[in-house]
Design a protein around this ligand. Sequence first.
Ligand code: ATP
Ligand code: MG
Length: 433
Amino acid sequence: MFISEEAIQPELFHEDNHRPVIVPRPEHCISRKNIDREALKVLYRLKDHGYLAYLVGGSVRDLLLGKRPKDFDIGTNARPAEIKKLFRYSRIIGKRFRLVHVYFRGGKIIEVSTFRRQTEYDDREAAKAGLSEDSIFGTPREDAFRRDLTINGLFYNIADFSLIDYVGGMADLKAGVIRAIGDPNRRFLRDPVRMMRAVRHAARTGFRIDPKNVEAIKRHAYTIRLCSTARVRDEWLKDMRSGSSRAWAEMMMELGLFQYIFPSYEGILASQQGNRAKGLLLALLGELDASIRRREDVHEALLVAVLLYPLLSGMAEWEALRPKKIRWPTFEVRALIRGLLDPYEFSRAVRDEVSQILSTLWPITICSEKKSWPKRVVTKPVFRSALWLFNVVRQEAGLAPVTVRALKPAKKPPRKRKNRKHRYKKKSAINPA
Ligand code: ATP
Ligand code: MG
């Protein structure tokens, strides 16, 4: 049987919550100038055909914070089949929770979702039961309440350019507070990844997490282990790339989530060595954030190497690998990190690259001592990543970074060639709606 959020949390659906706070255009800062052109086209087309059309989720939050949103998601009361009819170049995706992708020239995709009662994580029973669309789709109010955080539950209405706030998101944005929508204990237990999302947004914005939510996270932190490894891994990889990974890691440790996500840190953080490992990890993350803010390309394997190095550097087995001459102990490193990486289900290619980066630290150590940089060392594909890691570790130890003159400047990504024929083909395949 389908159990709605209303039956479980009637307080959320109390009479007082029925009417949202409407913030008219003159009282907020979202201008159409800052909304993606294609997203505006989709919003207007839905509106002109008599549907509700709202900008939803992260894009409204980012616009209110004066940031450029990564994606502009749209919510509507039109059903997927109705949306598809309005946009020639669109496709319905998803099996259980169907939504529509509208395609534009240049590969841009605008995601349009029908207002829903629940997220797939709240709604496992319904999803399994394969219930009808009527029990999945809902009102705008239900769509606001099924979201994770109050600051992510705001709507921008294209009909009158007002903001619609069912969940108290505007007050929390103004006060700088991160808060789950509804009872944090229940919402975090239903989908523990929401605890990570709360930390993510606190780290990104510098907002504080509401004390009741902090308490709930500390209480339920261990439940993050019940979530799919791949989903949790993708979440923390996103946080490591966010440019705020240092603040994120500090908060994750404080709230007890870090240790559950990275069990290999659990013992070490509680030990004597813990402070050194923690200090090194935070220093590495701080430098990583600086690189990411400079828009440098950071491979997934380097992120993983950053996480592993503070653990390895304290191990006798790692020190035992120190070679006398230039040599890559890749095989031994692979064996050493196998257990540490196993839980995360990384692809073989990523695991191999991580082993190469870490094992290259040894030839770099020898070269920096001898002050000679043979070509076979500097031309290794992972050399730059390994040198970066080596230098941050040196800096942390109070030593000057080593510079390698033989190193050519980083290659810029190749410029796209203008190919008329190709452009013509693309245009005919995907046309603006
Ligand atoms: P980002 O800038 O990282 O994309 P975002 O808030 O847009 O941030 P998304 O993962 O793109 O994050 O999710 C879009 C929206 O979907 C969120 O703003 C939120 O309203 C909702 N959402 C995402 N994950 C959950 C979840 N686990 N539970 C409830 N709502 C969620
Ligand atoms: Mg988003």
